[in-house]
Structure formats: C-alpha cells, structure tokens
Write a protein that binds this ligand. Structure first.
Ligand SMILES: Cc1cc2nc3c(=O)[nH]c(=O)nc-3n(C[C@H](O)[C@H](O)[C@H](O)COP(=O)(O)OP(=O)(O)OC[C@H]3O[C@@H](n4cnc5c(N)ncnc54)[C@H](O)[C@@H]3O)c2cc1C
Length: 348
C-alpha cells in the first residue's frame, strides 16, 4: 500500500467523465486517488496565481491517478467485455495489414496507432511527423512532505525550468507529493548519473531552494526517472489508420494535459467511427478526416498554450520577466479571469 507507480497523471474533469462513461472510473480504488482542490502557480519573481475549485463552484479541479492503476482497470474492462487481447507487438505495416513480432499479419478495416511518441505503426506506414527537442528532461519522483498539501497542486515557473508538486494520497510516512521537474537536460543528466545517496541529497537541496519550504522538508521516497521532452505532431489519419495520443502529438508536460488530450482523441474517434454512414468502412479516409478535423483545434490550442508558456518563462529577457510576473498579479486580482482559466482547464 505504500508503493506508488512512478508515473502519475492529472486527470481533467472531461477525462474523468469519459472514463466514468466506460465504467472504469468507479473501478479505481478511491484510496489511490487524490483530488486537486486548488492550483498555486508561482512565477520566477513575486508572481503568484491561486485557483480554487470553489471559485468556479466545482467539487475539485482534477484528480491525480497513477498510470499503473488506470492501465490495470482498463485491462480488466477489456477482459470483461470479451475483447480479444493479443500479446504481441507491431513490427511493420504493408498493404493494409499490420505485421506483428510473433503471429504474422493482422488485417483490419481500421488500425489505431496508440503506440506512444515513437509510434512504430506511424513510422512503418510513413505518416508525416515532426519533432523538436526542448533540450529539457522531465524528472519524476515521489516525495514525503513535511506539511500537508491540502489538495494543492503547486507549480514554480522558473527561467531554468518548471517544477510541479502534485498532491498524492498520504502514506504511513505522512503527506506525499509527486514531483515533475522539467529542467535543462544537462542538469538532469548530472543528477541522474549520481549514486543513489548523493542523488537524493542533491535533489533535496535543489527542492529546498526552489520551494522555499512551502511544504516543509521534502524527502525523496522513490527512484528518480527522467523523460526527454519534445514538441511533436503527426498526420493523424491515412486510409485505414488513425493515430491517437502521443503517437499523434506530444507536448511539454507543464500543463499536465498529454494523456487528457489522448483520451479526447479516443472519445472523438469512437464517436465519429460509430456515427459513420452505413455504407462507409471504419477506415474510410473521409471518416478519418472528420476525426482529424475534430481534433485539430483542441490539439493546436493545447500546443500553443503549453509551448507559449514554456517560451514566456524560458526567457531571461527583462521585459518578459516583468511581463509574466505583472500578468500573474493581474490574473490573481481578477476573479472572472480565474473562472475562465478553471473552465478552460476542465474542458480538456
Ligand atoms: C514527465 C511527464 C509528466 C507528465 N504528466 C502528465 C499529467 O500529469 N497528465 C497528463 O495528462 N499527461 C502527462 N504527461 C503526458 C503523458 O504521459 C502522455 O501524454 C501519455 O502517457 C501518452 O499516452 P499514450 O498511451 O499515447 O502513449 P504511451 O503512454 O507512451 O503508451 C504507448 C503504448 O504503446 C505500446 N507500444 C509501443 N510500441 C509498440 C509496438 N511496437 N507494438 C504495440 N504496442 C507498442 C507501449 O508498450 C505502451 O503501452 C506527462 C509526460 C511526461 C514526460
């Protein structure tokens, strides 16, 4: 009960509704889910924005859930619905069929490439794809906190990266938070290369400096993992193929929206394929273009928002540093803007 999966997601209300509709949300153990009651966003100067669920009359802003738990209940659901499950890997794609590592060829009207940022199906089928490196690495670990987090997701936007502490269920050791720290890859590589004890001590010192004791003393309670951060997008549809999730788009994790965007893809694809004309096949390019069009705007909006924030805070130029902190003061004083921000974040 005190071991937590290293990867956690902030699940938005829209994703929660989708998972609840599939009947899998209720299968998640309540004790493993933390609800986010507020967000606290610190700028690199004295800028601070606080968003509370009550300001928008919501019971919570989001939920923090381990990826291992979501995958476990989804696999149970697949079994319960009797959906055939083939333990195999996509190894190639030719003439409308997937070649697999073990069992040969699979033919289908529609293949959905939900196989991650490196998408072997996308590559084998030759769908267009572009990627730009942020030269940043996302470091994740779970921490024991000296003070209760009270359901607050806290972020520090710094000119050298973005640190997020997400609320997690308490453990026997007390309050727990999940750290996602996007930092310059050179510093991350230095940290990842240290022996375990030195790594823990160095990370705890860096956390102390970055958080100014906001959650009391922070102690690392899990191994440290690093993910290279990139901005990627791909052609989402080709005859007989649709891409979803990170196979189709990958964003900076500063808004914690990657999986939510992927679940939005799945919801749209299922709705559009199910609603097609009876004479069209599921993989008909006209049907898949509808899917591509439906997702273009939400994906672009999230791409612009996360990339724009990364650029705004990544700059050391004095006018931008002033602007971002002044902007945060302005937002903090404007309840209407705060309600819009909360509504926007909940819609994805
Ligand atoms: C540091 C960090 C923090 C993040 N925090 C958040 C957050 O708080 N909230 C959020 O919404 N998002 C977050 N994200 C983004 C999120 O992790 C991704 O958007 C999400 O995991 C993408 O899911 P996916 O299923 O598309 O891809 P993946 O999670 O990469 O899954 C791909 C799957 O495809 C399988 N696969 C790979 N190759 C093959 C093959 N050849 N054949 C068959 N299957 C294959 C893999 O085994 C895997 O199961 C974060 C990302 C990072 C890096």
């Amino acid at each position: 009960p005190n071991q937590y999966h290293p990867r956690v997601y902030a699940i938005s209300p829209a994703s929660q509704r989708f998972l609840a509709g599939l009947g899998v949300w209720d299968a998640l153990p309540a004790a493993r889910i933390a609800s986010v009651q507020s967000m606290e966003i610190h700028g690199d100067g004295d800028g601070l924005v606080r968003l509370n669920a009550w300001q928008a009359a919501l019971p919570q802003l989001a939920w923090i859930v381990e990826s291992g738990e979501i995958e476990r209940v989804l696999i149970q659901a697949v079994r319960m619905f009797g959906i055939p499950w083939l333990e195999d890997r996509c190894a190639g794609y030719a003439e409308g069929a997937v070649e697999t590592a073990n069992s040969g060829r699979i033919e289908a009207e529609l293949f959905v490439g939900a196989d991650g940022a490196a998408s072997p199906l996308r590559e084998a089928a030759g769908l267009k794809h572009e990627a730009v490196s942020y030269e940043d690495t996302g470091l994740v670990a779970h921490l024991d906190a000296g003070r209760p987090h009270q359901g607050a997701a806290i972020q520090w936007f710094r000119d050298d990266g973005v640190l997020a502490l997400l609320p997690m269920p308490d453990t026997a050791g007390g309050p727990q938070v999940s750290m996602v720290w996007s930092m310059r890859s050179a510093l991350a590589a230095e940290l990842l290369a240290l022996p375990a004890d030195a790594q823990r001590a160095r990370l705890e010192t860096l956390l102390e400096q970055a958080t100014h004791g906001r959650l009391g003393g922070l102690r690392v309670r899990s191994p440290l993992h690093g993910f290279p951060l990139t901005l990627e997008r791909a052609q989402m549809a080709a005859p007989g193929i649709a891409l979803a999730g990170d196979a189709a788009h990958r964003l900076h994790p500063l808004a914690g929206q990657g999986l939510n965007l992927g679940l939005g893809d799945v919801e749209a694809l299922a709705r559009i394929v199910a609603g097609r004309e009876p004479y069209r096949k599921a993989g008909d390019l006209r049907v898949l273009h509808r899917y591509q069009r439906a997702r273009a705007e939400p994906v672009l909006a999230m791409r612009l928002a996360t990339d724009g924030l990364h650029k705004l805070f990544g700059s050391r130029a004095a006018p931008l540093a002033w602007l971002r902190n002044a902007g945060m003061h302005w937002v903090e004083q404007a309840p209407f803007v705060k309600r819009r921000l909360i509504a926007g974040a909940s819609a994805n």
